[in-house]
Design a binder for this molecule. Sequence first.
Ligand code: ADP
Ligand code: MG
Length: 155
Amino acid sequence: MSSLTLQFADEAAMLTWAQSHALQLQSGLVIHLNGDLGMGKTTLSRGLIQGLGHEGNVKSPTYTLVEPYELDTLTVYHFDLYRLADPEELEFMGVRDYFSDQTVCLIEWPEKGVGVLPEADIDILIEPWQQGRQLTLTSHSPKGDAQLSAWASVL
Ligand code: ADP
Ligand code: MG
C-alpha cells in the first residue's frame, strides 16, 4: 500500500493533471472515487476519459449507473452509484463482466455497491483544499502500487 497526495488550486489544474496522466493508466484497474457531492469525482473522471482520447462530454451516469467509453487503448466504465438502492441491482446488470484486464473502472459512490463491486486497486479521496481540491490516492494491490509509482514519477 502506498499513497500519493495532489493539490489543485482550481478545476482547470485538476483537469490538466488528469488529461496529462490519463495515457499512463494501466488496464485492469478498479478505481474508487470518494468524496462528498460536488467534490469533483465526475470532473476527475472527465479529465481521465478525455485524456484517453474521448472527444465528447462526460456526464455523471446518475440514472443509467454506468457509461462505457470505448477508447483507442482500453475501455473505461464510469459508474455513478449514487442512486443505487441495492447492490444486487449490479448483479442483474451483469456488472461482473465489466471488470476485466481490458478495462478501467472509475466508480463514484462505491460504498453503495459493497459486496458486489470488486475491491479497489486505488482509492481516490477528494477533499476541499484552499479554493480547490486535495486528492489522496491510496493503492491496495500491486497493480495499484505500480500505477501510483508511474503517476508519481511524472508530476
Ligand atoms: P461530484 O461528481 O463529486 O459530485 P463534480 O465533478 O460534478 O462533483 O463537480 C462539482 C463542482 O465542483 C463543479 O461545479 C466543478 O466546477 C467543481 N470542481 C471540480 N473540481 C474542482 C477543483 N479541483 N477545484 C475547484 N472546483 C472544482
Ligand atoms: Mg458525480
